[in-house]
Design a protein. Structure first.
Length: 592
C-alpha cells in the first residue's frame, strides 16, 4: 500500500527545495549585479579619463530610467527594498507573493544596482526568495497558514545565501518578521537556511561576504574597545537621522506632481552619478571599481578593514554615500538598505578608529594598542554592528552577523554595549522602525496576527496590533480652510487635532472641515474643539473593548493615546480596521 507524506513532512520537504532554489537565486543575483557593474566600470575605462566622467554619471541614470519604466507599467511591486513588501504580504495577504514579483525583483535589482545606483542586494534577495518559497507552497496545495509559513522560510534562506551567514539569517527572521518564537517556525527556517548557505558556499566559497582578518590572535578584548560606547551613541543619532531623512526625501519626491513617475528613478540615478564621480574626485580613488559610493561598495569596506583609508577619505565616503543612498531609495529605485547601512556604519567606525590612533600618538592615550590596521578594522566592525542596530532595529542579528564575519569572541562585549546603546537611542528618537515606517508612508498598515498559534481569539489582542501608527493629523493653530489645503486631497473620515505644543486636543471629521469653510468659520481648530468631549483608548486596550466603546459612543474612529500622557497621540483605530481584521482572520482559519 502506498504511503502518503504527512502535512509536516511535505512542509519540511518543501523547505529543503526552497533552500536549494533560494540559494541558487541569491547567488545568481549576487553574480549578476557584480558582472553588470564590472561591465559598466570597464566601459568607463575604455577610452581614458574623459570617458569616465561621461559614462559614470549617465549609467546610474540609464539604469534608473529602465527601472522606472518597468515599475510604471509592469512591476510596481519591485520598487524599494523588498522587505516591507514581504512583511505586508505575510501579514495582510497570507504570504502570497507571486513568482512574477520575484523575477522582476531579480531583473530590476540587477539593472538598478549593477548600473551603479547606491543600494544593496540583501533586501531584494529577501523578497525574491520569499516569492519562490510562497509559490512553492501554493503549487503544492498547502493551506493558507502553511503558505504564509513559507515566507519566513524563503526570507531566512535569502539572507543566509546573500551574507553567507546562516545564524544571522535565523535571528533576522524572528526579529524583523515574526512576532513570536516558535519551534514550528524554527524547524522549517533552519532547514532552508542551512541548505541555502550550503548552496552559496559551494559556489562562492566558505568565507562570508565581507572577509575580515581580525582573529583572536590579533585582537583581544581590551580597555580601548570602550570606544564602542561613544560609537554606539553616534550611531544611534546618525541612524535615526538617516531614517528621518530618507522618509522626508520620499515624501518630498511624491509632491513632484509635474514629473512622470518613470522619470524619478532616472533623475535620482543622474544625481547619484554626479555624487559618485564627485566622491572619486574628492578622494582620488580611481583604482578599484567599487571603491566609492557606486553600487554596493563592499570593496570600500574591505579597504577600511585593512586600514588603507585616511580620515578625510572615510569622512567623504560616509557623507557622499549617505546622500547617494537617500536619493537612490527616495526616488523609487529597486534596491535594499542592508549594504548601505553596513557601509555607513563601517565608515563611521573607521572615523572613530583613526581618531583613536591620533589620540594615542599625540597624547599617549590608550596604551597597549594592537597594530593600526587592527584597531581601525575593529572599529569598522563595531560601527557596522551599531549602525545596523540603529537603522534596521535588529540588535541580536547585528551581534551575530559580526561574529559570523570575524569568528572572534573578543568583540562580543563591546558589540553588545555599542549595539544596545545605538538601538535604544534610535528607538527613543523614532518609535516606528524603518521598514514599518516605509509601509505606513505607503498607506499600508500591518495587521500583525501572531503566527503559528492557531485559532487564538483575535479580539483579546491589544488594539496596538491593528491600529494605524502614523495617522494623518490636522493643525489646531490653523483654520479649516488652511488645513484642507495642507491635506492636499488626502481624505479620511476624521482627523486628530494637534495643537501648537504637539498635544492632542480633539477630533474633527472631514465633513465638519468642509462645513466650517462653507459657513466661513475661520477660527483655529484648537478653539473649535475646546469644549469637545474627546473619546480616547490606550494601546493595551483589547480590540473587543475598543469595538464596544466605538459602538457605545457612536463614533467611527478613536485616537490611541499614551498611558502616561493622555495628550500624546500614538495612533488611531477605526471600526473599519476592526471589521477588516475580523474578515481576514475568518478567511484564514476557515480555509485551513
Amino acid at each position: 500500500m502506498r504511503r502518503r507524506f504527512s502535512d509536516n513532512q511535505r512542509f519540511l520537504i518543501l523547505c529543503t527545495v526552497a533552500g536549494v532554489l533560494c540559494g541558487l537565486a541569491a547567488v545568481g543575483f549576487h553574480l549578476a549585479i557584480e558582472y553588470t557593474f564590472h561591465l559598466v566600470w570597464h566601459l568607463s575605462q575604455m577610452t581614458g579619463p574623459v570617458w569616465f566622467w561621461v559614462v559614470m554619471p549617465l549609467m546610474p541614470a540609464a539604469g534608473g530610467l529602465i527601472v522606472g519604466l518597468f515599475l510604471w507599467k509592469i512591476a510596481p511591486s519591485a520598487s524599494g527594498s523588498g522587505i516591507p513588501q514581504t512583511k505586508a504580504a505575510y501579514y495582510n495577504d497570507f504570504g502570497r507573493i507571486t513568482l512574477k514579483d520575484g523575477f522582476f525583483r531579480f531583473l530590476l535589482g540587477t539593472i538598478f544596482i549593477g548600473m551603479g545606483n547606491a543600494l544593496g542586494r540583501e533586501g531584494p534577495t529577501v523578497h525574491m526568495c520569499a516569492a519562490i518559497a510562497s509559490t512553492l507552497g501554493r503549487w503544492a496545495g498547502l493551506a493558507k497558514a502553511r503558505v504564509q509559513a513559507m515566507v519566513p522560510v524563503g526570507m531566512g534562506a535569502g539572507i543566509a545565501a546573500a551574507f553567507n551567514a546562516p545564524l544571522s539569517a535565523i535571528f533576522f527572521v524572528f526579529e524583523e518578521l515574526l512576532s513570536d518564537f516558535s519551534t514550528k517556525a524554527l524547524g522549517g527556517i533552519v532547514i532552508a537556511v542551512v541548505v541555502a548557505a550550503a548552496v552559496s558556499r559551494s559556489i562562492l566559497g566558505e568565507d562570508p561576504v565581507l572577509q575580515v582578518g581580525l582573529s583572536e590572535d590579533n585582537v583581544r578584548t581590551a580597555w580601548w574597545m570602550l570606544v564602542s560606547l561613544p560609537l554606539g551613541v553616534a550611531s544611534g543619532f546618525v541612524g535615526s537621522f538617516f531614517v528621518t531623512t530618507l522618509l522626508k526625501a520620499r515624501s518630498i519626491q511624491r509632491q513632484w506632481k509635474g514629473l512622470p513617475v518613470w522619470m524619478k528613478p532616472a533623475l535620482g540615478g543622474l544625481t547619484v552619478g554626479i555624487v559618485g564621480v564627485s566622491a572619486f574626485a574628492f578622494t582620488g580613488y580611481f583604482g578599484d571599481p567599487q571603491t566609492g559610493v557606486f553600487s554596493i561598495g563592499y570593496i570600500s569596506l574591505d579597504a577600511a578593514f585593512e586600514g588603507r583609508l585616511i580620515f578625510i577619505v572615510l569622512l567623504a565616503l560616509f557623507v557622499f554615500k549617505f546622500i547617494a543612498v537617500v536619493i537612490s531609495y527616495a526616488t523609487g529605485g529597486s534596491g535594499g538598505l542592508f549594504s548601505p547601512t553596513l557601509f555607513l556604519g563601517g565608515m563611521l567606525g573607521g572615523i572613530f578608529g583613526v581618531a583613536l590612533l591620533y589620540l594615542h600618538r599625540e597624547f599617549g592615550w590608550f596604551g597597549g594598542l594592537p597594530r593600526d590596521e587592527d584597531v581601525v578594522g575593529a572599529c569598522v566592525l563595531l560601527g557596522m554592528g551599531a549602525m545596523f542596530a540603529s537603522i534596521v532595529r535588529c540588535p541580536i542579528t547585528s551581534l551575530v552577523i559580526i561574529f559570523e564575519m570575524t569568528r572572534n569572541y573578543s568583540f562580543i562585549l563591546p558589540l553588545i554595549a555599542g549595539n544596545m546603546i545605538a538601538y535604544f537611542i534610535s528607538a527613543r528618537k523614532r518609535a516606528v522602525p524603518l521598514y514599518d515606517a516605509l509601509l505606513i508612508q505607503d498607506g499600508v498598515t500591518l495587521r500583525k496576527m501572531p503566527s503559528y498559534q492557531g485559532m487564538r481569539d483575535y479580539q483579546n489582542l491589544p488594539v496596538s496590533a491593528i491600529m494605524t501608527h502614523d495617522s494623518v493629523t490636522v493643525d489646531g493653530s490653523l483654520n479649516s480652510a488652511e488645513n484642507l489645503k495642507l491635506l492636499d486631497g488626502r481624505k479620511h473620515h476624521g482627523y486628530p487635532v494637534i495643537n501648537a505644543e504637539g498635544a492632542l486636543c480633539g477630533m474633527i471629521t472631514h465633513h465638519e472641515l468642509l462645513e466650517n469653510v462653507e459657513h466661513e468659520l475661520n477660527e483655529p481648530l484648537a478653539k473649535l474643539v475646546l469644549d469637545q468631549r474627546l473619546v480616547t483608548v490606550l494601546p493595551d486596550t483589547s480590540i473587543r473593548a475598543v469595538a464596544a466603546q466605538l459602538i457605545k459612543e457612536d463614533v467611527l474612529q478613536v485616537p490611541v493615546v499614551s498611558q502616561k500622557d493622555a495628550t500624546k497621540l500614538l495612533g488611531i483605530v477605526t471600526l473599519h480596521d476592526i471589521a477588516r481584521q475580523q474578515n481576514a482572520v475568518t478567511e484564514q482559519f476557515g480555509r485551513d
